[in-house]
Design a protein around this ligand. Structure first.
Ligand SMILES: Cc1cc2nc3c(=O)[nH]c(=O)nc-3n(C[C@H](O)[C@H](O)[C@H](O)COP(=O)(O)O)c2cc1C
Length: 195
C-alpha cells in the first residue's frame, strides 16, 4: 500500500515535470546548433582579463557585416576599440583585453529611416557571434550620448555617422551558463498572440 502511494506520487511528479518544466528547459537548452546561441545567450556581467585573437575578432565582425539591412544599404560603421585607455573612457569598468565594437549609423543616428533598426540587427549578430565563440558579450547604449558628444574624433568616426550601440566582448570565467546567468523573461502568454 505504502509502495503504491509512493509510486503514484512519483508518477504524478514525473508527469508534472514532463508537462511544465521540460518544455521550458528544452527551449532554453535546445541542442539545435543554430538555435543554441539564440536561446541561451546572456549579457555577461563579469569579465576576466585576456586577449581576443584577431581571427576570432574577424569572425565576430563578419557576423555584423553579414547582418540584413533595408534595401541592403548596410548603413553602418564598426569601430573596434582595443586601446585600453580609450575603452576605459567609454566603459569605466573595462577589463584588460576587452574589445569594444562600436556600431555607428550613417545619418544623424536618430531619424533616418531604418538605419537604427539595421544597426540593431548588426549589433545583435555581433553579440551572438561572440558568445557562439565562447566569449562573454554585452550590449551597451548608456555611453552613446557621451561617445557622440566627446569621442567621435578619438574613434575616427567618418563624417555623418553617429554611434548607436556598442558590444563589449571579453573573456569570462568558464562555467557561467545561460540558465544561471540570464535574467528571466516575461511569460510568452503575456506578449504573444495568435490570430
Ligand atoms: C539596446 C540595449 C541597450 C543596453 N544598454 C546597456 C547599458 O548601457 N549598460 C548595461 O550594463 N547593459 C546594457 N544592456 C544589457 C541589458 O541590460 C541586458 O541585455 C538585459 O538585462 C538582459 O540580460 P540577460 O540577457 O543577461 O538576461 C543593454 C541591452 C540592450 C539590448
Amino acid at each position: 500500500m505504502n509502495f503504491m502511494k509512493h509510486f503514484t506520487l512519483f508518477v504524478a511528479v514525473f508527469c508534472a515535470l514532463c508537462l511544465f518544466v521540460m518544455p521550458v528547459l528544452d527551449a532554453q537548452e535546445s541542442n539545435n546548433p543554430g538555435l543554441k546561441p539564440i536561446l541561451s545567450h546572456y549579457a555577461a556581467r563579469s569579465f576576466i582579463a585576456g586577449a581576443i585573437p584577431k581571427a576570432d575578432l574577424d569572425l565576430i565582425l563578419q557576423a555584423g557585416i553579414r547582418a540584413p539591412s533595408a534595401n541592403n544599404r548596410q548603413p553602418w560603421q564598426f569601430t573596434v576599440v582595443q586601446n585600453q585607455s580609450l575603452a576605459k573612457q567609454i566603459v569605466s569598468n573595462n577589463v584588460e583585453g576587452n574589445v569594444l565594437i562600436v556600431i555607428s549609423a550613417s545619418g544623424d543616428g536618430k531619424t533616418n529611416g531604418s538605419q537604427i533598426l539595421d544597426c540593431a540587427l548588426a549589433t545583435e549578430s555581433i553579440y551572438l557571434a561572440a558568445q557562439a565563440l565562447g566569449y562573454g558579450s554585452r550590449i551597451y547604449t548608456g555611453p552613446m550620448d557621451r561617445v557622440n558628444r566627446d569621442l567621435k574624433s578619438s574613434l575616427g568616426l567618418p563624417n555623418g555617422y553617429s554611434a548607436v550601440a556598442l558590444v563589449r566582448v571579453g573573456r569570462i570565467q568558464s562555467g557561467a551558463d545561460a540558465v544561471s546567468s540570464a535574467s528571466s523573461r516575461k511569460d510568452a502568454n503575456s506578449m504573444v498572440n495568435y490570430k
